[in-house]
Design a protein around this ligand. Sequence first.
Ligand code: NCD
Length: 309
Amino acid sequence: MKSLSVNNLLGIKHLNQDDLSLIFETADHFKEIINRPIKKVPSLRDITIANLFFENSTRTKLSFELAEKRLSADIINFSAAQSSVKKGETLIDTVNNILSMKVDIVVMRHPNVGAAVFLSKHVNAKIINAGDGTHEHPTQALLDSYSIREKLGDVGGKKVVIIGDILHSRVALSNIFALKTQGAEVKVCGPTTLIPKHIESLGVTVETDLRKALEWCDVANVLRVQHERMDIKYFPSTREYTQLFGINKEILNSLNKEIIVMHPGPINRGVEITSDVADSDQSIILNQVENGVAVRMACIYLLAQQIKR
Ligand code: NCD
């Protein structure tokens, strides 16, 4: 049986093309299962998973939980807001206490860059990074590529533009790694203040003119402005941001082709994307959410295969 080249899912940076193909083929299988009347398989009946969320989440948390339940794993959930972290407990102490309850896999979202890597070096469980600060969000990039592959047949050779707050977005970085590994062409587009210096070294090009970027691409992945990560002003006003970088029906209709529009959520309607675009036929936003469950089932299943039982 084929297996992943990594022992933990910490970032797309550590995955190769074979890993991505294996995850997508496994997800195809699970997507078929979760569309059956009986959506559950017994594959992970002897596995216990802890979902540790030190930062807010709706989609990712629910999607992981559902994926784990569909695989018949036992799960425990932890949210920092209601925990002893507030009483001064360290990350390692919190996690070690949870692991002493015999947990096999930890899914963790944390506000600090590198938190998942740190954990993987100190605890004896499989770690899945569900987002570490502004760094990586591997399962989001996997479900994004899976959704492009489903819609366009292949990711290789496609032109993808990532629009918005590239500087603070873990979705952007993980997507860049995933798309480049699969041979897509990648552009980033946004205000220059929100584009990291030297981003070209990752093999992407920069375009600050939204119209030019949209005319070039097959797929536009639109990101939310991460206000919660900003301690200074990066652009004059939300209104100006929307005027220059917001995706609306007029601009899409004025292109000489029909592009695909994606968004990882949560959407700020009327800021980076208008409702008529988010809810249009060109948008695959809800397909992304549906695919998230199958892709996360695949990641958990493949990592669980490595656990000696
Ligand atoms: C993203 C995240 O948390 O990084 N959302 C998600 O996981 N679906 C993007 C965001 O918060 O804007």
